[in-house]
Design a protein around this ligand. Structure first.
Ligand code: SF4
Length: 213
């Protein structure tokens, strides 16, 4: 697949993101600040956006600043975030991250990748999502949908998320970076599902060689 075909796909998919895609629901489920975006991203790791959205709604109605997160007793925080899975670890991580933001960054989420990655518990995908969504700094967040679909379409040929990020950064013009994750993730959640892709309603059939006949 050529670069221009892939960019055409992005344009088509962007126009057809359903408002009820889990990614969209999560995006609209809480008041967005750099801090809530960071915490929501940490909670969303290895779980479905539907569960993260529900938890964020409850959590941020109780606490939406680093100090307020730290003020919640750990047992209660575990209960609140339970539905996102790995809740003991996630409760601990979001308190540690909150502490670091107060301790090292004066309570303000940093807007550089280097500083974000220096916070224990923040990985590259999380940092890129925060840069993109909180600070409008173009960056590509690669998750399983992005890795799977860009490879399935034959746009890239990579073995893991790290390689995928490198290739996408190399091949996709920067002005597309910010929308790439949201557009492809929404598509992967609603139409090009990992199991049971809905090829009959897919808007990019002419571009796909993996269509289920
Ligand atoms: S045609 Fe089917 S497999 Fe191909 S991109 Fe669309 S949903 Fe996915």
């Amino acid at each position: 697949m050529t670069n221009s075909e892939f960019l055409e796909i992005l344009e088509i998919l962007q126009k057809s993101v359903p408002s009820n895609s889990p990614s969209n629901i999560l995006k609209n489920s809480f008041k967005r600040t750099p801090f809530t975006i960071l915490i929501a991203t940490l909670l969303s790791l290895r779980t479905k956006d539907e569960f993260t959205a529900k938890v964020c709604k409850i959590l941020f109605s109780i606490a939406n600043t680093p100090q307020e997160i730290l003020d919640i007793p750990i047992n209660r925080l575990e209960e609140i975030v339970k539905a996102t899975g790995m809740y003991r670890k996630k409760a601990r991580v979001i308190q540690e991250v909150s502490f670091t933001i107060i301790d090292r960054f004066n309570g303000v989420v940093p807007n550089s990748k280097k500083e974000l990655l220096s916070i224990k518990g923040v990985g590259e995908k999380t940092a890129n999502i925060v840069l993109n969504n909180a600070f409008n700094i173009p960056s590509i967040a690669v998750d399983t949908h992005v890795h799977r679909i860009t490879n399935m379409l034959g746009f890239i040929d990579t073995k893991n998320n790290k390689e995928t990020l490198k290739e996408l950064e190399r091949k996709v013009p920067k002005e597309y970076w910010s929308r790439l994750n949201f557009t492809i993730v929404s598509f992967g959640q609603t139409i090009c599902l990992p199991r049971g892709a809905k090829c009959d309603i897919c808007p990019i059939v002419p571009y796909c060689h993996s269509i289920k006949k």
